[in-house]
Design a protein around this ligand. Structure first.
Ligand SMILES: [Zn+2]
Length: 254
């Protein structure tokens, strides 16, 4: 893998610089519309990354934030704040980021995430909460070259003035991708059972908000929240860009 990346990275950088930037959703180029802006280059965002999203498409993705509530093992509930429903344009952008390495789309996606963060604003503990990105297993992290949830969490942490603590949660077991498993039935829950381990909170920082891209069934979020809780964290909830329509059918407590 290291050998492959040694030559693919310069090629990708050159292609990104020489190839005209196109909007991922409507395919127009920057001469035909205003353009979404690049933001701060947190770790993982390179000098040649560009947003690949025109302003009209970014406007079309306007947030419609909503809360869901997931039932955890033992009867506890986890609040999931989503910037919008998981729909085709959002899935396309997240897919471009995760599977095609178009990292610059993290900028407009993180802006979308701010709307989800607003849903936590009135919650006790939110002013002191750390953002904890959903980790990848080290093997997948090496294969992908970055963790998209950490890119989003780092950008949101800067935007919101919060600490980002990726080191407290790790994925200790490599699992098949949830997206490749049936969306109903026990397969997804079994797949991530025991897949996470967390370290204890440091002094003065006990609240955590998980950050991830999409929540389809919520099983991965539930497993990660369980690991953080077992390590002594108070998990306020999870912040995602998109949640599936049926996620958490019971409304969250007011
Ligand atoms: Zn567009």
């Amino acid at each position: 893998m290291r050998g492959r990346r040694a030559w693919t990275w310069p090629v990708l950088a050159l292609a990104e610089l020489l190839w005209p930037e196109r909007c991922l959703l409507c395919d127009r180029d920057p001469t035909r519309a205003a353009w979404a802006r690049a933001g701060p280059r947190v770790r993982g965002l390179r000098s040649w990354d560009r947003p690949h999203l025109c302003a009209p498409c970014a406007d079309h993705l306007a947030p419609a934030a909503r809360r869901c509530s997931l039932r955890l093992a033992g009867g506890a509930r986890l609040t999931v704040a989503a910037a919008r429903t998981e729909d085709a344009p959002l899935v396309a952008l997240v897919g471009a980021l995760k599977y095609h390495g178009i990292r610059g789309v993290a900028w407009p996606l993180a802006e979308l995430g701010v709307a989800a963060a607003d849903l936590f604003a009135a919650d006790a503990g939110w002013p002191a909460a750390a953002l904890v990105p959903m980790p990848l297993h080290p093997s997948r992290r090496r294969q992908r070259g970055f963790n998209q949830a950490q890119l989003l969490a780092d950008l949101l942490a800067l935007r919101l003035g919060r600490p980002c603590r990726p080191e407290v949660l790790r994925r200790c077991r490599a699992t098949p991708q949830q997206a490749k498993l049936a969306p109903t039935g026990p397969a997804r829950a079994r797949n991530v059972q025991g897949a996470f381990a967390a370290g204890p909170p440091p002094l003065g920082l006990a609240e955590a908000v998980l950050v991830d891209d999409l929540a389809t069934t919520g099983e991965t979020l539930a497993a990660a929240a369980g690991a953080l809780s077992a390590a002594g964290w108070h998990v306020l909830g999870a912040l995602v860009l998109g949640a599936a329509v049926g996620l958490g059918r019971a409304p969250a407590d007011p």
